[in-house]
Design a protein around this ligand. Structure first.
Ligand code: V55
Ligand code: FE
Length: 485
């Protein structure tokens, strides 16, 4: 018997109350017209704890991964949702309760979880070499069947993975289909080791580079250009003593700088150069490219303090979210100049996150970015909703990074968006011509819609709104897989 979930913000409200169900809906209700040229599947994953937390509360990042598939063909959309059957979830289902304690801290688990792999597969889903991979950065991927969403299990690339960890944010070379990926804490918990892999479209490891960071830190996302790899070390550090004592895996370090490791793709770990900038919170990378002459450009939102209130600094302080300022930034690294040759300039004047580019331009010079944004000067239904929930984004936006022109859609005072995907109109369409698809949470109605917008005319609002008959919990990342794949 499952006891009620706690009434904490992490487990309540329209975004965070666990959804818990598995199932499918054939032929969703559509308002407007779903363009017939959208043919493929929008996969995404939500952390969705199956059982109430054993310690009374828990963080969003610790939920069990539940995968969503929205399958598009001929103007219709079918929906399916299944949990990733991780070793962890199977062990908990057998006991009908939570057996795992603090996020990434095995010392706080129930003894019945001893020896059970801790991966939750809750952060991102990508397709590679015929497998759907559900990813969590402290674990190897879980492989799923892309058609049935059945879980095959932990996947180590047929023995080729040499680290216990694997990023939730791999990139794909648009020319070769190779997966460009890495692990951090790659020689065990709290180690400063980093490993980079290139795995070709047939699943064969073509490159493996090991390096050591100046210290261990969270490396949530990264960037790869034609010639370089860029690792942002966030000022969030693990500490083995603290973990052993039952403390948080990560702690915010207000005294640490932002650190970037940059290495050539054809080099080895000794070729890495470290760049630093004042303390800040590096978000997800929108895209990155180099000019072939040693100048590297990385676009990512940067916030001037700790967004992760659940990983406070040592004195327990977390900045109130309304005091934090955040913008999309362009970092420029100049490999021709010695020293700390980096600079940073804003691309947007508003807070945005969950960025996506046209995947055909990943790692290459590009113009078009798609983000969800936050504009608190817009109306917000505080009367019925109270304070905005964690990860509240009321804009769905197109950012032209060349002209800095932004086109946004604001739905209403009760709606927030989740990470979009960009779908090209056709395989050969010009960059950024196509569709943007995203989930919209109707916070007062407690329902969830899928919205589809013309990527070049986002300010005109959706061409189709697809209604789910159920509410989905807040999810994280996902990807578009064309039917041809
Ligand atoms: C993030 C998310 C995670 C995690 C570490 O968004 C970092 C950043 C959903 O889990 O484990
Ligand atoms: Fe992420």
């Amino acid at each position: 018997m499952t006891r009620p979930f706690p009434k904490t913000p992490e487990f309540s409200g329209s975004l965070y109350r666990p959804a818990r169900f598995e199932g499918s809906v054939f032929d969703l209700e559509v308002e407007g017209r779903v363009p017939e040229d959208i043919h493929g599947t929008f996969f995404q994953v939500a952390p969705d704890p199956q059982f109430p937390p054993m310690r009374g509360n828990d963080i969003f990042f610790n939920g069990d991964g539940a995968v969503h598939a929205f399958r598009f063909a001929n103007g219709a959309v079918d929906f399916q949702r299944r949990y990733v059957m991780t070793d962890r979830l199977k062990a908990q289902r057998a006991e009908r309760e939570s057996l795992f304690g603090l996020y990434r801290n095995g010392y706080t688990n129930d003894p019945r979880a001893d020896g059970v792999h801790m991966g939750t597969a809750n952060t991102n889903v990508v397709q590679h070499n015929g497998r759907l991979l559900a990813l969590k950065e402290d674990s190897p991927p879980y492989a799923l069947d892309p058609v049935t969403l059945e879980t095959h299990g932990l996947f180590d690339f047929d023995g080729q993975l040499t680290s216990p960890t694997f990023t939730a944010h791999p990139k794909f070379d648009p020319e070769t289909g190779a997966m460009l990926c890495f692990g951090y804490e790659a020689k065990g918990e709290a180690t400063p080791d980093i490993v980079y892999y290139e795995i070709d479209s047939q699943g064969r490891k073509q490159r493996e580079i090991w390096l050591r960071g100046p210290y261990a830190a969270m490396i949530h996302d990264f960037a790869v250009t034609r010639n370089y790899i860029i690792f942002p070390l966030m000022p969030l550090t693990p500490d083995l003593d603290r973990i052993r004592k039952g403390g948080n895996h990560f702690e915010w370090q207000p005294g640490l700088e932002q650190v970037f490791g940059v290495l050539p793709r054809d080099g080895d770990g000794t070729d890495v150069r470290w760049f630093t900038a004042p303390n800040g919170f590096q978000g997800h990378t929108l895209n990155a490219f180099d000019d072939g002459r040693g100048r590297i450009f990385v676009d990512m939102p940067v916030t001037d303090g700790n967004i992760f209130y659940f990983f406070p600094q040592s004195d327990g302080h977390v900045p109130p979210p309304e005091t934090l300022s955040s913008r999309m930034m362009r970092w420029t690294f100049d490999m021709n100049n010695p020293g700390n040759a980096l600079s940073m300039a804003p691309i947007t004047d508003f807070a945005c996150e969950f960025p996506k580019c046209d995947p055909r331009y990943s790692g290459h010079e590009y113009r078009h970015g798609f983000v969800i944004g936050m504009d608190m000067t817009r109306p917000f239904d505080a009367e019925r909703l109270g304070a905005p929930p964690f990860q509240f984004f009321n804009l769905l936006s197109h950012v032209d990074v060349a002209t800095r022109r932004v086109k946004s859609w604001f739905a209403d005072a009760q709606t927030c968006f989740q990470e979009p995907v960009f779908v090209p109109r056709s395989a050969n369409a010009p960059e950024g011509e196509g569709w943007v698809i995203a989930l919209a949470n109707r916070l007062v109605d407690q329902t969830t819609d899928l919205v589809i917008l013309d990527a070049q005319h986002m300010d005109e609002g959706p061409v189709a709104v697809v209604h789910l008959p159920v509410r989905l919990r807040m999810s994280l990342h996902g990807s578009w897989v064309p039917a041809a794949a």
